[in-house]
Ligand binder design. Structure first.
Ligand code: F0G
Length: 482
């Protein structure tokens, strides 16, 4: 984002783009919102978008496209094999990362699937800074296990640590000493660490991890789905990178890794995914799974129109004005909530603003899905759809016990270039009201609990009649306002 000073002395992030195409929004009356969340089993994933006012569920596949991306889509070359579109995307990725080989896949988890198939053997471990739901599920599905070794600040809700996504280097050395090269499938570093609040790692930390992996002959796999946020933070927060260009930082991150993969629903402002590597053997090892599970090697399950948009989006990712819009809006929203004492994760990260549900609702035990209950309550009182990132997003243990999540968060994602400042101000206003009325919010219990990735489609019900009481208080305070 450009450096623009205000005469007033205030700093407000400014959109370095203008809106050319719009989608009309709908804010239902509270009674209808109550009915909608009931029908959705108190799971915001199951809400119909027509019933949602501000969709802050995710930044995945819902980022706004640029006019250049839209223009590029019209030149898509729709051929099964050897399409010119593929070569344009390959060229864009080779430009950004300077890695020779590119394998397309339909989205991020598809990359995780084929990478796990290629590298993970039963009993092996994958050390990582922190897991993402799908990355963990693919590894455990194949009999592997994950080991999370972030720095200890990662779990501090409020911190001044600029790089909470860093890996604990001593812990990495320890696991390598204990398990040896054979016991470790690969080491995974996740840029813009999703589940701990979109927190970045530093280039220095990545380089240290890389050095250890290379000395031990263990592949380093980097999940760069949230690369654009991490690039912004490295440039902003890492003194030694202050004078580096975004592209130089991206290339240094790629050079430190053996394989990188991404969800094109986040990186590149489009939809799709892919795997890049400079290692021919890894490329050959992974390659066979692409036609088997994804599609032929020159589309990998993606539509060629999306691939064209992704190629342009990759170049846009190198533009500081473009990639700083998200983190700056998130910082603004987080700081506004702090002014009202609302508990949030700090420092502000990428992806979205994260409410700390355990401090927001200290009277609710995690076994009643604190963050799930908060997400449900927030939708009822505002029409804002957030996402539970806590115990509901965990998987029940084989013995039926409930693994309580390290953190109970409600993620309010800000898809890139989508929301305007007044919409952020509205969300802050309603969250503040909810915080003042937090004692009215009760817990949830399962109605239908699926075994795998239950948070996506499981349904829950409120414990008691707290939702009616909450809606009644809203009516009392807001009258006939939506
Ligand atoms: N890795 C990270 C860090 C992610 O955040 C995601 C998706 C994936 C991999 C999987 O990619 O969705 O294209 O299959 N995150 C989405 C989210 C779902 O809402 O945070 P995908």
């Amino acid at each position: 984002m450009a450096n623009i000073k205000f005469f007033s002395g205030k700093t407000t992030p400014i959109e370095m783009h203008r809106v050319r195409i719009i989608q009309k929004l709908n804010l239902l009356p509270i009674e209808e919102r109550q009915a909608a969340i009931k029908q959705a089993g108190n799971n915001t994933f199951l809400l119909k978008n027509a019933d949602v006012f501000l969709d802050m569920l995710t930044d995945s596949g819902v980022n706004a496209m640029s006019n250049d991306q839209l223009a590029a889509m019209s030149q898509a070359d729709d051929s099964y094999a050897g399409s010119a579109t593929f070569y344009r995307l390959e060229k864009a990725l080779q430009h950004v990362f300077e890695m020779e080989y590119f394998l397309p896949a339909h989205q991020g988890r598809a990359c995780e699937h084929v990478l796990s198939k290629t590298f993970v053997k039963k009993g092996q471990v994958v050390p990582m800074n922190y897991h993402f739901t799908t990355s963990k599920a693919h590894i455990t599905e194949l009999g592997g296990e994950i080991l999370e070794i972030p720095v200890k600040d990662a779990f501090e809700m409020t911190s001044t640590c600029p790089f909470k996504g860093n890996m604990d280097i001593d812990a990495l050395k320890k696991v390598i000493a204990e398990r040896g090269k054979e016991g470790i499938a690969y080491v995974r570093m996740e840029a813009g660490t999703n589940l701990i609040g979109g927190q970045p790692f530093s280039l220095e930390n990545l380089l240290a991890v890389s050095k250890i992996c290379r000395a031990s002959g263990i592949p380093l796999v980097q999940d760069v789905s949230l690369l654009s946020d991490n690039l912004h933070f490295i440039k902003q927060r890492e003194a030694s990178c202050k004078d580096k260009s975004i592209h130089e930082i991206a290339k240094a991150m790629a050079a430190a890794s053996d394989i990188i993969y991404f969800s094109g629903r986040k990186l590149g402002f489009a939809r799709g995914g892919g795997i890049c590597t400079g290692n021919k053997q890894y490329y050959l090892d992974i390659r066979g799974f692409i036609p088997l599970y994804e599609g032929f090697l020159t589309y990998g399950g993606m539509s060629v129109r999306e691939m064209e948009a992704l190629a342009v989006g990759m170049y846009e990712t190198l533009d500081e004005d473009v990639i700083s819009q998200g983190p700056q809006f998130i910082e603004f929203m987080t700081n506004e909530l702090i002014k009202h004492n609302v508990p949030v994760v700090t420092p502000p990260g990428g992806l979205g603003c994260h409410l700390n549900a355990r401090d927001f609702l200290p009277h609710l035990p995690q076994t009643q899905y604190t963050a799930g209950a908060l997400a449900s309550a927030l939708y009822i009182i505002s029409g804002v759809r957030g996402m539970e990132r806590g115990t509901m997003s965990e998987q029940r243990n084989e013995d039926g016990t409930e693994p309580l999540a390290h953190m109970e968060l409600v993620r309010l994602a800000l898809p890139r270039r989508v929301f305007t400042m007044s919409q952020i101000v509205y969300a802050v206003d309603r969250i503040n009201w909810l915080y003042q009325n937090r004692n009215l919010v009760g817990g949830l219990q399962w109605l239908d609990e699926p075994k795998i990735l239950r948070f996506f489609y499981g349904t829950l019900e409120p414990i008691g009649d707290w939702q009616q009481k909450l809606a009644a208080k809203f009516k009392k305070d807001f009258g006939d306002s939506l």
